[in-house]
Design a binder for this molecule. Sequence first.
Ligand SMILES: Cc1cc2nc3c(=O)[nH]c(=O)nc-3n(C[C@H](O)[C@H](O)[C@H](O)COP(=O)(O)OP(=O)(O)OC[C@H]3O[C@@H](n4cnc5c(N)ncnc54)[C@H](O)[C@@H]3O)c2cc1C
Length: 385
Amino acid sequence: MNNQITDEQENVILDAVDRFLERDVKPYAHALEQADEYPHEIVEKMKALGLFGATIAAEYGGLGLGARTYAQIVERVSTVWMSVSGIFNSHLIMAAAVQRFGTEEQKQRFLPRFATGELRGGIALTEPDAGTDLQGIRTHAVKKGDRYVINGAKTWISNSIQGQVLAVLVKTEKRDELRHKGMSLLLTEKGKGFSVTRKLEKIGYRGIDTGELLFEDHEVPAENLIGGIEGRGLNQILGGLELGRINVAARGVGIARASLNDAVAYAQIRKTFGVPICEHQAIQIKLADMATSVEAAKLLVRSAAEKYDAGERCDMEAGMAKLFASEAALTNSLECMRIHGAYGYSREFNVERYYRDAPLLAIGEGTNELQRQIIARALIARNPA
Ligand SMILES: Cc1cc2nc3c(=O)[nH]c(=O)nc-3n(C[C@H](O)[C@H](O)[C@H](O)COP(=O)(O)OP(=O)(O)OC[C@H]3O[C@@H](n4cnc5c(N)ncnc54)[C@H](O)[C@@H]3O)c2cc1C
């Protein structure tokens, strides 16, 4: 990933993102979110801005941004409407798997079309009976001549209804003793035997499509096996999850910051007992804690992103950033609601949306329970007694 851009170049990109958010997202987010409507026009603007190629290398038509700049984009987008970030985030995790582990032929064939947004998609790992325990998946692919035949079901897959392609985690080895080794990642374009059985209804993260999928003798060309060698799928997907966790953490900073911004503004307008509520010490303590969490979360994200950009191992750092920032989003969104009193409970304002969106961050890209295990294991491995 090319992260050799100057601060000035970074500012130009972030200013362009801010203008897009102000002009093309903010005025429409509330209505689209309440209606759970896919933001087609916003997606067209995102294509023009190059967001679908944000982290794809320039030689394949992307912007080639490093994780540090990318995280700031995700944070800004999530401050306005988190769902919009989901449309390019899991798409870019799929792209990262191709870029890091794909063959040159796969990179040439897919990455330029991913970068323009002509082909969009995400990653399909989760199944009805397997989420955290990915080794328990049952979807399998059997090689027949020059094709793989996929059978199985996936659920909770973002971008699976509006997108055209997914990186699907499958078993290519059925023997139980090889559970973790027998997994592969296949790029699967929609076609015969691949159906969306249901659009899932969610309390938050609305507007973006999340689907349940069925594969019934769905055929994929053998050259779509990422990296061309069976059995590497789990490592390929776990490698991509570091960037995924940095990006969920950045969403957390966005929600935590939006909650803080709204709370700071409202606390100066709303009066009780003759003074703005920001003059009550109880409210000041909330605002101070919220602001401190935002800054701490932002620094953790930056530190993990810089390690990622330097090519260093950052499982622990990305896990810490994801854990802390998502919990900050949860806490700040609730505090923002409390500060708004009854208005926080109204569907007319954004406050209740932050409160509905935040919990996803504690679940997606590895639950926070799992993050704690990742952090503790890395801590012990890095500090042998
Ligand atoms: C809106 C949304 C979008 C999503 N998008 C995608 C997507 O695009 N692609 C995709 O593949 N998936 C997606 N997911 C699925 C998501 O990644 C999973 O929900 C997540 O990994 C958790 O898996 P699970 O729901 O099966 O929970 P489970 O694995 O069943 O876990 C249930 C509970 O047990 C805890 N737990 C599990 N194992 C342990 C352990 N060893 N120790 C302690 N606690 C444990 C968990 O932390 C959790 O609290 C999405 C989910 C949502 C809600």
